[in-house]
Design a protein around this ligand. Structure first.
Ligand SMILES: Nc1ncnc2c1ncn2[C@@H]1O[C@H](COP(=O)(O)OP(=O)(O)OP(=O)(O)O)[C@@H](O)[C@H]1O
Length: 569
């Protein structure tokens, strides 16, 4: 628990004023609570026994003041404490999201999106009450305990001893319960993120689920996870709720002893009824904050477990480090020199040697799994080479800053990413929006004709999946987006494979038209897309087996002939 608060201590520095106000609230509540117990003595002794009429008028006013002070204190404390908690979690959530976004692509491939959502939303929510409400309650209840214990001792040190002696006995079972709570909280949180993952997977794959009629199977899978979650939660409830009966039983033992000892003092006339009643009231009141603190301690375990999960993500760092070169004026050539790439144990690329010059279209072809996309992964540094090097002009790719590298490269993949925004905003994504430039890019991508026929033109709003466009149109919007930033390197990875012949023909034309002032890489299964490539690299099992123009390869490469013949079946 100390580790938890040490971690969040720096945040509290930003809330000095809020903490001050909250503290005033806390003190008001603690003093008013002890004051209420204190007031019982004059109430009984002065009004009921001594029949003091003045007190009859003073006491109601005192009671109202005490309760009003307690209510007001509670209100300002609740407001400022919530403010601190909400603001800290807002900051941590921002920090975690931007940290996650900067992690390597491999992290996202290995971590389920739903799990990340669960950590950023649910786990951080769990921390919220710990850094604010629970901490404040802890302080408030501790102060209340101090005030009430002082009163109890002041009333009768002997009775106080009998009333409080059982408390140390509670420490061992309470710490056992807390340990168990932490374990269960961890499991419940893991199980919660399994549920979120399962949900996001189902919604992302809804088409395939419906097409295969697997709704019931998916619902059953979900139900199993949901049941596990329920069981962990119930185990946690069972553990947490044990605190209360444990404390009540111990409290009752203490109470019984006090009645026995204190009662006989009253009978003997050593203690007034008022003093005894005030003592009993304070003792009663004392057990409530003690009970609350022990259950708070259990709740804190939930936050500590959530915090560990969050810290696990904060501890992850990107392995792909940015270089120092922040500006590349021109890219005249890109060369792969003896490049090798491994994904864990799988050797995806071996001894790759390839050069692409400005103005060239370099096509990458070969069987599925041959390593073409892996080469592109290296070019945008989604992964780093395991051997050899990639050079931009004469500079190692690792020396260029990631921001600059990715600014100079545009990539169009088979899957088109559309944002729920206007066509113009989709084309200018990540750059400043300039309508003239948008239209220019759309024209280059042969997309302006259909866009200008739409009622709102470039201001037409697209939905997230671009469902109001055809496949070929979506693809051309993606190409326009790629061209908008006027990249020095253009990559088209299977950009034509989902298109009909006419759309594919248009895109082949586009590729040729836009390739003059840059380096273009094209991956295509349809060899017609790349017939005009300057050179074609033929991939097989992670190696380039042949390089040449279409005509050269048709004449000399058996692998290319095989691909060509099977593509033209
Ligand atoms: N992120 C990854 N993690 C682990 N293995 C991968 C990853 N990406 C690709 N692979 C593996 O590396 C090998 C090369 O894959 P790659 O995607 O580069 O082939 P490709 O030629 O682009 O195939 P396709 O034409 O089907 O897209 C394959 O065996 C593939 O399973």
């Amino acid at each position: 628990m100390r580790k938890f608060f040490t971690q969040y201590k720096p945040y509290y520095k930003n809330y000095k004023l809020e903490i001050f106000y909250a503290f005033i609230g806390i003190i008001l509540v603690a003093l008013a609570t002890a004051g209420t117990a204190y007031a019982i003595q004059p109430l009984l002794d002065d009004i009921f026994i001594k029949k003091d009429v003045n007190m009859l008028y003073i006491m109601p006013i005192i009671v109202v003041i005490l309760y009003a002070a307690k209510g007001f204190g509670g209100y300002i404390q609740a407001y400022f404490i919530s403010f601190i908690g909400q603001d800290i979690t807002r900051n941590v959530r921002d920090k975690l999201f931007s940290h996650v976004l900067k992690l390597d692509l491999v992290f996202f491939q290995k971590t389920h999106g739903g799990e990340l959502v669960s950590r950023i939303i649910n786990d951080i929510n769990r921390i919220q009450s710990a850094v604010s409400n629970s901490l404040a309650e802890l302080i408030r209840e501790s102060l209340t305990i101090i005030a009430l214990v002082s009163l109890v001792i002041y009333r009768s040190p002997e009775l106080a001893f009998y009333g409080l002696v059982v408390l140390p006995l509670a420490i061992y079972p309470l710490t056992r319960l807390a340990k168990r709570m932490k374990k269960l909280s961890f499991k419940s949180q893991e199980s919660n993120s399994d549920i979120t993952s399962s949900l996001s997977e189902s919604f992302n794959n809804i088409e395939i689920i419906k097409a295969n009629g697997t709704e019931d199977i998916e619902a059953k899978k979900f139900s199993t996870l949901n049941l596990i979650f329920f069981k962990y939660n119930m185990k946690a409830v069972k553990t947490n709720e044990l605190t209360s009966p444990l404390m009540e039983t111990l409290g009752a033992i203490a109470f019984g002893t006090v009645i026995l000892v204190g009662g006989s003092r009253v009978v003997n006339g050593e203690l007034t009824t008022g003093e005894f009643s005030s003592f009993i009231a304070a003792l009663f009141m004392l057990y409530t904050p003690i009970k609350r603190i022990s259950s708070l301690y259990n709740k804190m375990q939930d936050a500590i477990a959530a915090n560990e999960r969050i810290n696990n993500i904060f501890a992850k760092t990107a392995q792909i480090k940015s270089g120092n070169i922040t500006k590349i004026e021109d890219i005249k050539s890109i060369s792969f020199c003896n490049v090798g790439l491994k994904y864990d144990d799988l050797e995806a690329l071996k001894n790759i040697n390839l050069e692409a010059k400005k103005g060239e279209i370099v096509a990458l072809v070969g069987d599925s799994g041959g390593g073409k996309s892996s080469l592109i992964n290296l070019l945008v540094r989604f992964y780093d080479v395991n051997s050899g090097e990639i050079k931009f002009n004469n500079t190692n790719i690792k020396d260029i800053s990631l921001e600059e590298l990715r600014k100079q490269i545009s990539i169009v993949t088979q899957r088109v990413y559309i944002f729920n925004d206007t066509i113009a905003a989709n084309v200018a994504y990540g750059e400043e929006l300039n309508e003239i430039k948008v239209i220019e890019a759309l024209k280059q991508a042969h997309a302006y004709e259909f866009v200008s026929n739409m009622k709102l033109g470039v201001n037409t709003v697209l939905d997230e999946f671009g469902t109001n466009l055809s496949g070929g149109q979506r693809q051309r919007i993606a190409i326009a987006r790629a061209l908008y930033k006027n990249p020095k390197v253009l990559i088209l990875d299977e950009a034509t494979s989902a298109l009909d012949n006419k759309s594919e023909g248009i895109i082949s034309e586009v590729i040729e038209e836009v390739s003059h002032n840059r380096i273009t890489f094209v991956i295509a299964h349809r060899l017609s897309t790349i017939k005009n490539a300057t050179k074609i690299a033929v991939f097989k099992s992670g190696e380039i087996v042949d390089i040449g123009t279409q005509d050269e390869l048709l004449a000399s490469s058996s692998e290319y002939q095989r691909l060509y013949n099977s593509a033209n079946l």
